[in-house]
Design a protein around this ligand. Sequence first.
Ligand SMILES: *Cc1c(COP(=O)(O)O)cnc(C)c1O
Length: 355
Amino acid sequence: MSKFLSARFADLEAYVPGEQPQDMQYVKLNTNESPFPPAPAVLEAVNALEISRLNLYPDPECRALRQKLADFYGVKMENVFLANGSDELLNFFFLAFCDEERAVAYPAISYGFYPVYASLYRLPAAAIPLREGFRLESGDYCGIGKNVVIANPNAPTGRAISVSEIEEIVRSNPDRAVLIDEAYIDFGGESCLPLVGKYDNLLVCQTFSKFRSLAGGRLGFAIGSPALIEDLDKIKYSTNSYNINRLTMAAAIATIENNDYYAENSRRIQENRAYTAGELEKLDFETLPSQANFIFTRCRRMEGGALYRALKARGVLVRHWEKPEIADWCRVTIGSREQMDVFLEKVREILKEVD
Ligand SMILES: *Cc1c(COP(=O)(O)O)cnc(C)c1O
């Protein structure tokens, strides 16, 4: 730390992204990326012509892409906000709607960025414990008079709550904003987007990074009431008005136009998820039911950190946290069948050695 850093940030603990090692080729099952490349039409859309226009700023309103998303989800362009990854969207949400009087609540075990933003903006924050089996009890968020941020399905557990449970949370906190982070909704969950027309305090946030194979393009979006979108715009135009670059915009439009390709990939991921959980079961693992493109799993014969390190030594990366409540567990991204077979083979090898 230099002597120039504002004292406000002296104690700030920054978010730690999953490892992106550049030293060797790993079977990468640690950051929930898609194992599948973007659709062929995306490669064609990000072409020489588009690159030749990089001397010009992109459309700050992102009209073409917002309209595409609006048509796809059956809402109006005024309901759609775009961000440089949903991480930026979360940043804008915390900045726009939370303050000393408007505290924020989120699950104590969830996406690691939520507490970082709360700390960055020095917000009063309630980290609400999960229940038995890492289950999220929607009643814990009803009528609490705080802004609410919930990942559904939750990360890193993979568990989801129902749309009617979400509706109860939204309905019972009418004077506070509720953000539902649906980063993983396209892997078998049920989206709460239909509630947006009914409640002016609901913001549904999604990303192109997982289901849509575009993590490197950095694109997230939110759908909510026009007034909420206007508030987010105010923050965006006060920080970075050109937050979506031309190439990502072109890639994203082609992505929406090729939804079938991604739906088929998701079907394969869900199939591989069931297969992987089934095989792990035979190896004495406990795996939570998952609606996401990862599983949260625990070996009854080995501590989570030891398993993570043994896998890494064999070229397979998974995610592990030292946090005591989840130290026994690892989060494993579901990749291609071939990747999952390598993962399972390494697990069998490791277990043979501990026997
Ligand atoms: C991956 C993830 C994000 C971040 O997505 P980006 O669009 O890549 O910034 C947000 N929320 C959750 C719960 C995630 O898992």
